[in-house]
Design a protein around this ligand. Structure first.
Ligand code: FES
Length: 133
């Protein structure tokens, strides 16, 4: 996505002030509370995954800096409707494609907190499924 700095800041602020997919999912299939130990900011990710391994719903709750919360909101939009396989292959470009590498590199832990929390939730979900099979 090619945005100038003002457009990018407007987008980030919009996600921070009006987070997409905000809230909790009761009986979520996958859940993880991720945090950035350096600052104490947190993201709780809830995912509903159907029997075709597609993310049917995703919500998050969190507290923290603008970039971590906006990044988490963006990542919920990004993974909604995707297969687990696709999400497992997602790397930092999932967020840098939106906010650009310059900004992401200045605050990598903030920028990727949402994505990493989703990936850990899925890893744990996979492990649980394996243990149950
Ligand atoms: Fe804590 Fe950004 S300062 S996640």
């Amino acid at each position: 996505m090619n945005m100038d700095r003002d457009e990018l800041m407007t987008l980030i602020l919009d996600h921070y002030e009006s987070p997409r997919n905000s809230g909790e999912i009761e009986n979520a299939d996958a859940f993880h509370e991720g945090g950035n130990p350096g600052c104490g900011d947190i993201i709780k990710m809830y995912l509903k995954i159907n029997d075709k391994n597609i993310v049917e719903d995703v919500k998050f709750e969190g507290e923290g800096c603008i970039l971590s919360q906006a990044g988490a909101s963006m990542m919920t939009e990004n993974v909604m409707g995707k297969t687990i396989e696709k999400i497992e292959k997602m790397g930092p470009e999932a967020i840098t494609d939106i906010i650009g590498t310059d900004l992401a590199l200045t605050r990598p832990k903030c920028a990727t907190l949402g994505l990493m929390t989703i990936k850990i939730a899925i890893k744990q979900w996979n492990r649980k499924k394996l243990l149950e099979s």
